[in-house]
Structures are given as structure tokens and as C-alpha cells.
Design a protein around this ligand. Structure first.
Ligand code: ATP
Ligand code: MG
Length: 563
């Protein structure tokens, strides 16, 4: 994706093609698949999508876009026990949020149940599938190991007629769950365990969200997936590396069922991100055990979570472009994603001022009733983002830690007798600190301002520090949520139990902080840079009476420095 954030060199030096682009280009050249490119993103609707899925979505839709092809959105809905419409809808929203449109190419594996059944009949008739009554436990024992060949089932040599009869009766609902399965007859001694007569159909008397009660036998993933690809005339079936050992079975199904299409499975390495988990099952545990406030908690690596946090989709595109497509497994540090987010927001987020931990400053030589309205650019380099009005008056808030009583020499903010610039306004000088006589706590600062310094430094005057501020009379209030990483360890997914590694400080809520009035016009999901504090996003669920801003990222990578 070309973005204006690319450097001059990045724009003129073409990035080398990754291996999938190379394969596709060769296939187009050789006329394989008639020169067409048809990809698919095949989620199972059993949970919310996460950042890893974004890599797959961007790859599949991206390849189709780049090579004038199409990308299908197909729900691999072969397990009615775990799938729900709620997930279907959220997945569609996530794909759209990433900027993709599947047009009329929305499919479900369940659309093909009739065809998949017919293919199974073909396999039985060819003597390549049999109905087996072996129990699950027995089957597991008979499967063998990598060093020990499997044992053939006693039902393996059933006659074709008997298999046809039993399979038809399985479909008709004559048998209870688990009584029989249909297995492909391949090779119980194969070095690849997936080829040791895998189950391709099982009995499940379960209601399916698309087909209702029509079926009580459901196809297994490998069988349904390969043939669904073929039925849709997918040309390049891009999936993650863990499916590599399934490829012989994928190819076997296509070879022996002889569907119209001849898709090619190509594997790439999955995205693993540090300090978080990318397994739907484990993410569900975080939600179910209430470690987070739901699937869209802004700390979650789900796409709904990232969206609510305020991560722009363009940053995810930039990130995926940066990490590239390879076949080597690695864990990408979260800082890489955060840097893409900063890069994107630095260019596009309007600036605003907020004070999270205020102390009061009284500017003694500023008239009591005077108010100045300053017109300040929303962005230092992008005039198209317009401007905003900021009020200046005698009493202002500054951030408590921008003042120090006994400041070291290199403290360039405010201290008694020293000057500092108020952003977009005047230079002020601290004259006096008023403290509580019993506690010693600072109550307020007494300052003076120099009227000749509005927005500029007079000749020969050096003021190093610039701080943010708000007019007390005009400031509005908001709640701010400061997020940190959800886990304290790099690879929580590798831990048996990840709960001890949850970061207890991953959320800090500042109930009442102050914001400039222009922010009350913000719409949910609008993003800003709060000067010197980080990038923030108005929460999607924020109401107009109580504004809630989520911190997306800090201005700088404080984490890598800490680690
Ligand atoms: P999980 O293991 O979290 O349940 P899954 O792989 O089972 O995820 P699917 O719905 O089957 O989830 O995934 C849809 C597609 O997304 C698959 O093609 C899968 O290869 C891809 N995918 C899943 N996780 C990642 C990841 N971390 N990086 C890249 N692609 C991924
Ligand atoms: Mg899967």
C-alpha cells in the first residue's frame, strides 16, 4: 500500500516480490488457471477475528486486488456446535473495516453440503471411503504414531454396497452421534498421520445456523475445505504453515473427487505478536474469566478490540506490509505494530490539549475578566485539518509534573524564577509557589506572563520548555483510560497458564481530567494527539454526557526502553 508516510527511497525502490506474488505471477504467465486469480478468506465463525487474521485478510484480498482477481469471503461453517451468527456478523464487519469488499462473493461451506455429500458417494463408489464403527478411543489407538504404523479398521473392507447403504442411513438420521463415521481409505502406514484413513464425515444431531435441521452428518474440515475451494474455482488457497501436513490430504480429495476447479494450497507463516495471544480459544478464556471487559476490550488483540482502542486500519496495512510474507515462523514485537500506529497517527491525527493531573496556575498580571480566543492549527503540517479555538485566561491548569520545586539544571519545564512557553500562547514565569502550611502540598502557582510573547520568542530570549495547558474556566471534563500491555511476558501463549502473566496495570482510569472545549465535538472513534500525552480515541461506547478517551499509544516507545 502506497502511503505518504513512505520515504522517498521506499517509493522509488520497488519492494522485492514475496514468494506468493512470485508464484501467482508465474501462474498468470503460464496460463495456469486460465490466468485468473481467485483467493478466499475462510474463517470459521466460532469467535472474533484477531490481529493474525488481519494478516490473512490483507494477503488474500490484497493478492486479488493486485492481480485483478477476486477474493471470496467464505465461512467454513462445518462445526455447528461452536458456531454462531454473532461471529458471522462481526467477521463481516471486521473485513469491511480493513477496507475490503467481497461484493457478491459471500459463501458458506454449508452452501455445498449437497455437493460434498455427492462427492462422498463418488469416493465410496470408487472404493475410496468406508463407513467405520470404530469408537473414537479405539481409532486413536489404531492411528499409530510417527514411528509406529497405524492398524487397519475391521470395517475397512466393507463392500461398496454396504458402505452406500450405511452412509445413506447415516444421512437419514438412523444412527446416534458417534455410532459411525465415514473415513477416506488412504493408507494406514503413511508417514503422514493425516493420511491414515482420516474421518471425512461424522454424525452430529445438531442445529446448524445456516442449514437448520436438514443435516445430521457434517463434513470434516480438511475434506470440506479443499472441496469448497475447488467448487468456488479458487486458484490460490493461501493458508498458514500448520496446514502444510494437511496438503497431501487436500490434494487427495481434489484428485479423487474430481471437482471442476483445481486449487493450489500455498502456506505462509502465521503472525505471532509479542505480549499477547492469538488463539481464539485462549481469547475466549480471557473474556469468559472476565480478565477483560469483553471481546472488544481495547486491550484485546481482536480486530474489534484494536478498533475500539483506536488503531487505524491503515496502520494494520502498513504493519502487514512491513512484516511481509514468508515461510519462517517468528514472533513480531508489539513495538513494531505500535510504531506503525504512531506513524499513521502522527500524520493524520489532529492535535488537542488535555491535562490529566492538573495544578492551578494564576497569572497575576493577566486581567481578571479578560479572555483571549486563540486560533490554533489542528495539525502542524496539514492545513487541511483546519484549526480550533483555544481560550486563554488568568487561571489555567498545567500538568502537575511539569512543575518542580527543586528542579535539576536540565529540567526545562516550570520552576520558581524560570520561564516556560505555554503551547501556542505566552511565555510565563513562575514567581511563587503556594503550599499548604500543614501538608506542604502545592496548592497553586503564581506566575507572570509576557504579553510580547504570544506565539513567538522575542529576539535573544531562549525558552527551552513548551508545556500544554488549559484555561480553567473553559476546560471540559472527560474520563481517560490509559492502557498498557495485557501481558508482562513476551510469549504468554506459550505458558501453560497465562493468568500469572497478566499485567495488573494494563488499565488505569483517570476519572476526571480536563480537555479543551473543541474535543466535545469529537465523534466516536475520532482520533487525536493529546499534546505530549499520546494518541487518544473517543471510545465507541462513549456518550455525549460522559466523554471517554482511550489512549491508543504513547508518543514514544517507552516499552522497549523499559524491557
Ligand atoms: P485460531 O487458531 O485462533 O482458532 P484459526 O486459524 O482456527 O484461528 P480460522 O477462522 O480457521 O481461525 O482462520 C481463518 C484464516 O485465518 C485461516 O486461513 C488461517 O490460516 C488464518 N489465520 C489464523 N490465524 C492466523 C495468524 N495468526 N496469522 C495469519 N493467518 C492466520
Ligand atoms: Mg482454523
Amino acid at each position: 500500500m502506497k502511503s505518504s508516510s513512505m520515504t522517498y527511497w521506499e517509493q522509488i525502490v520497488e519492494k522485492p516480490k514475496h514468494f506468493i506474488q512470485q508464484i501467482i505471477e508465474e501462474d498468470i504467465k503460464s496460463g495456469k488457471h486460465g490466468g485468473k486469480v481467485v483467493t478466499r478468506f475462510p474463517p470459521e465463525p466460532n469467535g472474533y477475528l484477531h490481529v493474525g487474521h488481519a494478516k490473512s485478510i490483507i494477503l488474500n484480498f490484497g493478492m486479488a486486488k493486485q492481480y485483478n482477481g477476486v477474493c471470496h469471503l467464505r465461512f467454513d461453517d462445518t462445526n455447528p456446535m461452536k458456531e454462531e451468527m454473532e461471529f458471522v456478523e462481526s467477521i463481516k464487519n471486521d473485513v469491511k473495516w480493513l477496507g475490503y469488499d467481497w461484493g457478491d462473493k459471500l459463501f458458506h461451506a454449508s452452501d455445498y453440503y449437497d455437493q460434498l455429500y455427492d462427492f462422498a458417494i463418488v469416493l465410496i463408489k470408487k472404493g475410496l471411503a468406508y463407513v467405520d464403527s470404530t469408537s473414537i478411543d479405539e481409532m486413536r489407538d489404531q492411528r499409530g504414531t510417527l514411528t509406529k504404523p497405524g492398524v487397519e479398521s475391521r470395517d475397512r473392507n466393507r463392500s461398496i454396497e454396504e458402505n452406500l447403504d450405511l452412509f445413506t442411513r447415516m444421512k437419514a438420521g438412523e444412527f446416534e452421534d458417534g455410532k459411525y463415521v465415514l473415513r477416506a481409505k488412504i493408507d494406514m502406514t503413511s508417514g503422514n498421520l493425516n493420511m491414515r484413513d482420516p474421518t471425512i464425515y461424522r454424525i452430529r444431531h445438531a442445529h446448524h445456523q445456516m442449514t437448520g435441521d436438514k443435516w445430521c452428518i457434517y463434513p470434516m474440515y480438511d475434506y470440506a475445505h479443499s472441496l469448497s475451494d475447488a467448487i468456488e474455482n479458487i486458484t490460490h488457497s493461501l493458508c498458514t504453515l500448520e496446514f502444510q501436513d494437511h496438503r497431501p490430504l487436500y490434494d487427495w480429495c481434489i484428485e479423487h473427487c474430481n471437482p471442476p476447479g483445481k486449487p493450489q494450497q500455498i502456506e505462509f507463516s502465521r503472525l505471532n505478536l509479542s505480549h499477547t495471544i492469538t488463539s481464539k480459544r485462549k481469547l475466549k478464556m480471557l473474556v469468559d474469566d472476565k480478565h477483560v471487559d469483553g471481546w472488544d476490550d481495547p486491550r484485546m488483540p481482536t480486530l474489534v478490540g484494536l478498533r475500539r482502542r483506536g488503531i487505524p486500519p491503515a496502520a494494520l496495512h502498513q504493519f502487514c506490509d512491513m512484516i511481509g510474507i514468508t515461510r519462517s515462523d517468528s514472533v513480531i514485537n508489539m513495538s513494531v505494530l505500535e510504531e506503525c500506529v504512531r506513524n499513521e497517527l502522527n500524520q493524520h491525527a489532529p492535535r488537542a490539549m488535555a491535562v490529566l493531573n492538573p495544578i492551578k496556575v494564576v497569572i497575576e498580571n493577566y486581567p481578571e475578566d479578560k479572555v483571549e480566543i486563540l486560533n490554533v492549527a489542528a495539525h502542524p503540517n496539514d492545513p487541511q485539518l483546519g484549526s480550533r479555538e483555544i481560550h486563554f485566561s488568568r487561571e489555567i491548569f498545567i500538568e502537575a509534573d511539569d512543575f518542580m520545586i527543586d528542579a535539576p539544571k536540565d529540567f526545562h519545564r516550570l520552576t520558581v524564577g524560570k520561564e516556560v512557553r505555554l503551547h501556542s500562547a505566552y511565555i510565563i514565569k513562575c514567581e511563587k509557589v503556594i503550599t499548604d502550611p500543614t501538608t506542604g502540598n502545592i496548592i497553586e502557582l503564581r506566575c507572570s506572563y509576557d504579553p510580547a510573547t504570544l506565539g513567538k520568542n522575542p529576539e535573544g530570549r531562549k525558552v527551552k520548555g513548551v508545556i500544554h495547558w488549559l484555561s480553567i474556566k473553559h476546560a471540559k471534563t472527560a474520563t481517560v483510560r490509559l492502557y498498557d500491555r495485557l501481558f508482562n511476558t513476551e510469549n504468554p501463549g506459550a505458558e501453560e497458564d497465562f493468568t500469572p502473566f497478566l499485567n495488573p496495570n494494563s488499565l488505569q482510569t483517570v476519572e476526571k481530567c480536563f480537555i479543551e472545549p473543541s474535543l466535545t465535538n469529537a465523534k466516536p472513534e475520532d482520533r487525536f494527539q493529546f499534546m505530549r500525552l499520546g494518541y487518544f480515541c473517543l471510545d465507541r461506547h462513549s456518550s455525549s454526557t460522559e466523554l471517554v478517551f482511550n489512549r491508543i499509544v504513547n508518543l514514544r516507545d517507552s516499552w522497549t526502553a523499559k524491557a
